[in-house]
Ligand binder design. Sequence first.
Ligand SMILES: NC(=O)c1ccc[n+]([C@@H]2O[C@H](COP(=O)([O-])OP(=O)(O)OC[C@H]3O[C@@H](n4cnc5c(N)ncnc54)[C@H](O)[C@@H]3O)[C@@H](O)[C@H]2O)c1
Length: 211
Amino acid sequence: MPPKKPSGTLSPPVIQRLSEYLLILEQFIAQEQEVVSSRALATVYGNNSSQVRHDIFQIEHKGSQSHGYLCSELIKDIRIALNLQNEKNLCVIGMGNLGRAITAHVPFDRYGMKLSASFDVDPNVIGKKIGGVEIFNSDDMSNIIKEQNITMAALCVPASRAQKTCDLAIHAGVKGILNYSRIRLKVPEHVSVHYEQIICSFMQLSYKCSL
Ligand SMILES: NC(=O)c1ccc[n+]([C@@H]2O[C@H](COP(=O)([O-])OP(=O)(O)OC[C@H]3O[C@@H](n4cnc5c(N)ncnc54)[C@H](O)[C@@H]3O)[C@@H](O)[C@H]2O)c1
């Protein structure tokens, strides 16, 4: 049977909460807790039960609210809703400190993604493997992205190289970019960019701590 497709379009905040519920539900399972109420999930997540119920309602989960949700079934439906059933290939571009850390430590394979290649320009690292993933020469990026049907990239190059690298990756077929460099990227409409700046999270925390 072909894998089930996600049911519709979810908003970015709902997608973010669902992905975090998924991690919490996995912790419940690890602690051998089979059933969870919306209130318990909300308490751990830090929102309220009506928000949790509303989010779960959007993924057409058939579980019962009155007796709690079966964690394993809810995990299954969240994975379908987030389209984690169909494996997507991704790459890391720029294998310096950050690129190496992502390659070695992010558990992509548990969430329907395969880190199939990484790229750099430094001859000292090209040809090596980190976490079983080969570092290819950036000059070959276009061909390898096409050959391996890579649709997502983590961009970990210096800011001065980010736009050009991003353009090359998109031209080869990448549709989603997680951009760690500090510049805002210009991309065509069909491409999604997410920006990750750890320092911005600290700035937000710093602001809250100074109130
Ligand atoms: N978002 C965050 O929270 C965060 C945190 C740390 C660093 N950064 C940013 O991430 C990027 C990487 O940081 P880092 O500490 O790993 O730097 P780094 O200098 O250790 O690594 C950069 C790597 O990119 C490679 N590179 C340069 N041009 C390239 C190209 N055209 N194609 C492929 N590889 C290329 C370099 O050879 C090097 O290996 C920088 O832009 C940095 O500012 C962001």
